[in-house]
Design a protein around this ligand. Structure first.
Ligand code: ZN
Length: 173
């Protein structure tokens, strides 16, 4: 048996906010092209190894959530599916699919911004990342920069409600 890796920090750090702000930039990028603004980065040893932002509309892919895309990018960059040593930063509480992906990818730690009372699976509707029945658990920090992360979404949905009908996406009609 090898010795266990060092435990991830129990509290958030200034670096956490810095990386979450990088995820916020990706959320803005999503909003600019009409995607629900959620952004995500994966960090290993203080470096971003994967980025993702919601692309469901553009890719016509129900799985194209920011977290899934960032995990794929990180795995591809590192050449491994096991993302031990990684922290994932995302602007919105992960859904069931993404929380499941975090467990499956063996990510050490997840730091997210706004809670999602309607779909969140990391504290709101369920706690997939800390479920003792699963074979892997993560350290979770939720509600970091929650105001800023929630504002991106609120601005997006407000603008969408105020948008003239003719400009709606085909799938919304
Ligand atoms: Zn998701």
């Amino acid at each position: 048996m090898t010795s266990p890796p060092p435990a991830p920090p129990a509290t958030t750090t200034p670096d956490d906010e810095r990386f979450l702000r990088e995820a916020l930039l990706l959320a803005d990028e999503a909003a600019a092209v009409g995607e629900v603004p959620v952004g995500c980065v994966v960090v290993v040893d203080g470096a971003v190894v994967g980025r993702g932002r919601n692309r469901r509309e553009q890719d016509r892919d129900p799985l194209a959530h920011a977290e899934v895309l960032a995990l794929r990018a990180a795995s591809s960059a590192l050449g491994r599916w096991r993302l031990a040593g990684a922290t994932l930063y995302v602007t919105l509480e992960p859904c069931f699919m993404c929380a499941g992906a975090l467990v499956n990818a063996r990510v050490d730690r997840v730091v997210f911004g706004a809670f999602d009372p309607k779909a969140g699976a990391v504290g709101s509707l369920a706690d997939v990342c800390r479920d003792a029945r699963l074979n892997h658990r993560l350290v979770v920090h939720g509600g970091v920069l929650a105001e800023e992360c929630g504002d991106v979404l609120r601005r997006f949905f407000r603008a969408r409600r105020e948008r003239p009908k003719a400009a709606t996406l085909p799938e919304e009609r």
